[in-house]
Design a protein around this ligand. Structure first.
Ligand SMILES: O=C1O[C@H](COP(=O)(O)O)[C@@H](O)[C@H](O)[C@H]1O
Length: 239
């Protein structure tokens, strides 16, 4: 498991542009090595800004998008097409503008989907489609230190056997979600934690300052080869 490297950018806008360039390069590298690439997407403002920058970059055509497998680190358990679903936001920011293979877009079932309003069944179904290893896992960081939908000292952050969990009573709305667990996130070659703004300075400093993953779940998100914290100067202010 890798130790964290920290990259601080001058603004959120620069971070999003630089992370988009880094992401395109990493997907091209994975496809050059193996023919395909697997990417875990995050929700949240910074994650969506990165996707918008990929969309507007001419270099995005260096990736063969028909051979990219897409997953989500977490999903808000809401009806299909709901504006707050991470899938809906990622589609608007980028996915609807790419020549993806629909069979390679692995979204969590919505609350009006095949399993109805049963997040445990949706989590179990999602676990069955996950690969052994992801090339890149994108994550955000919440103000209280959550990553994916793993919140401090919640049952999900203590989970060690299941790959995906249903999460209830989240402190941040919506209350019901589906999330990869930390052991699953750690099946990634690279994990990138991307966050911006002064409200994130405290959890970032705690995560990088030795907090446990139960206290600050983002502290437990590590990649096999690389763990990158991509921050703007406000989020890095307490390091
Ligand atoms: O609810 C969520 O929030 C986090 C962080 O989002 P941000 O807007 O504060 O950057 C995100 O990582 C997660 O995927 C999402 O479901």
């Amino acid at each position: 498991m890798s130790s964290p490297d920290v990259v601080v950018h001058g603004s959120g806008e620069v971070l999003a542009a630089a992370a988009a360039a880094r992401l395109i390069t990493s997907l091209v590298d994975a496809q050059t090595a193996r023919g395909t690439a697997s990417l875990v997407l995050t929700g949240g403002r910074t994650g969506n800004a990165v996707l918008e920058h990929v969309r507007s970059s001419p270099a995005r055509d260096a990736v063969d998008w028909s051979r990219v497998d897409l997953y989500w680190g977490d999903e808000r358990f809401l009806p299909s097409g709901h504006a707050d679903r991470n899938e809906t936001q990622a589609r608007a920011a980028l996915l609807d503008h790419l020549p993806l293979d629909p069979a390679r877009v692995h979204a969590v079932q919505p609350s009006d989907g095949r399993f109805g309003d049963d997040p445990d069944a949706a989590a179990e179904d999602y676990a069955a489609v996950l690969p052994e290893r992801f090339d890149v896992c994108l994550l955000g960081v919440g103000e209280e230190g959550h990553t994916a939908s793993l919140f401090p000292d919640s049952p999900g952050v203590h989970e060690t056997s299941r790959a995906v969990v249903a999460v209830r009573d989240c402190p941040k709305p919506p209350p019901t979600r589906v999330s990869l667990t930390l052991p699953t996130i750690r099946r990634s070659t690279q994990v990138w934690l991307m966050t911006t703004g002064s409200a994130k300075a405290e959890p970032v400093a705690l995560a990088l300052g030795g907090a446990t993953e139960v206290q600050i779940p983002a502290a437990g998100a590590r990649g096999l080869d690389r763990t990158l914290w991509l921050l703007d100067s406000s989020a890095a202010a307490k390091l």
